[in-house]
Design a protein. Sequence first.
Length: 299
Amino acid sequence: MIELIGLTKSYGRVRAVDDVTFSAVPGRVTGFLGLNGSGKTTTLRMLLGLTRPTSGVALIDKVRFQKLSHPARQVGAVLEQGIAHPGQSGRAHLTTQAILAGTGRDRVDDLLEQVGLGDAAEQRCGEYSLGMRQRLAVATALLGDPSVLIMDEPANGLDPEGIAWLRELLREHAHGGGTVLISSHLLAELAQLIDDVVIIADGSIRYAAPLDELYGSTSARLRVRGRDPETLLRVYEEAGATVGTDGEGLEVVGLTPEDAGEIAFEAGVPLYELAVDAPNLEQIFLDLVSTAPAAEPVR
Ligand SMILES: Nc1ncnc2c1ncn2[C@@H]1O[C@H](COP(=O)(O)OP(=O)(O)OP(=O)(O)O)[C@@H](O)[C@H]1O
């Protein structure tokens, strides 16, 4: 369980993180989303005891990171890659990390297999691709078999196969009762990975809810083409819809497809096309981060 309560960090006059409150609960994968510079890394660093908050607290299993009795066994973190020595093999790196963390080296080979680096274990880290370095960082985070996983931009550099692998790994971890908090600047990248979403912009939380609710928070957009667009536009607006046109057809917001079909029928206008545009996740995200604070529900 991760709890952030009124977490704030100022650098001089810059409020990098401003009164951030949210939780990431066991059994679920929580996505922490924000554009570059929105305060994600600073928040995660405070959670991991690497940056001191100006005010507020960050708790893992009810205590501050510094007070955890066995940090490596309780929390696994992927903060930045590139920490591995380029001349060291993947196996040597992981073994060193296991010794440093006091977790024993018996899991090293299993973990290399688990993250898909079994065949590259003897290869030098300096020759690893960005995706392979991410996999090695994930293996390092898993060394102590921690229940809480915290990852900053873990999907960075992963190809679609890597994303699918990461999704499986995080799902399994959550199903086993673990808590997962991962950050990204791309909502679409995380959509397949997460259950809950927390959106941060300019240091403050703009939205925190299950991902399903985020999809539901936006009105579906209909594309409608019919024989008499002018009449359609008029009757849809009379029914309270917002109607635009893209030159070819009408874009209708505020009506169900059933209503749009019935209204056209009542008006005697044959329809040639009636389609529901799936919500564009990236657009929802960009709309949210550009709205004023607290304009959206925060829970
Ligand atoms: N040590 C520091 N000194 C001064 N300002 C800082 C420091 N660290 C972060 N900031 C500022 O705090 C704000 C938030 O930065 P942060 O790195 O947390 O954002 P981010 O969302 O993680 O972005 P990115 O994805 O680019 O890492 C930025 O305006 C940044 O310039």
